[in-house]
Design a protein around this ligand. Structure first.
Ligand SMILES: [Zn+2]
Length: 136
């Protein structure tokens, strides 16, 4: 058993290994596997095997710099999506008390207390005023 572990460590030396993109691609493979167990599509099965092969080839790759850049690009995308989802959840949670509006001058997102009717809003960022009509 010790020999096997040492051989594996020696094999992985200088290779990229596992990162966040690896986990995401593995999750995608698992999701495709579950969906395909219902649909039984050969095209979906091929896509799943290709994603799996790509995942493993990334983990075993010796081009560490390129793999790291791919992971950074993925993390940028992931963080932007996560931020949007969390903001949407917050908007839904505060739907009874607040509304979010974008300032037409500086494009800043403003969190305003919910009051029906016409209002004049002063942006705290650029100090410009704009009119807002809250209907719902
Ligand atoms: Zn503004």
């Amino acid at each position: 058993m010790w020999h096997l572990r040492e051989r594996l460590m020696r094999f992985m030396y200088g290779r990229y290994g596992i990162d966040q993109l690896y986990y995401a691609m593995s999750a995608l493979c698992f999701l495709l596997l579950i969906v395909n167990s219902f649909l039984r599509s050969p095209v979906l099965a091929i896509i799943m095997w290709l994603v799996l092969a790509l995942t493993l080839s990334r983990a075993l790759s010796k081009n560490i710099y390129k793999r790291r850049r791919e992971n950074e690009a993925f993390m940028n995308l992931w963080n932007r999506a996560k931020k949007k989802i969390l903001f949407t959840v917050r908007r839904v949670k505060e739907i009874r008390s607040h509304r979010y509006h974008r300032c037409p001058h500086c494009k800043a997102m403003l969190r305003l207390p919910y009051k029906r009717g016409k209002h004049t809003v002063q942006c705290p960022r650029c100090n410009n005023e704009f009119k807002k009509h809250v209907i719902i």
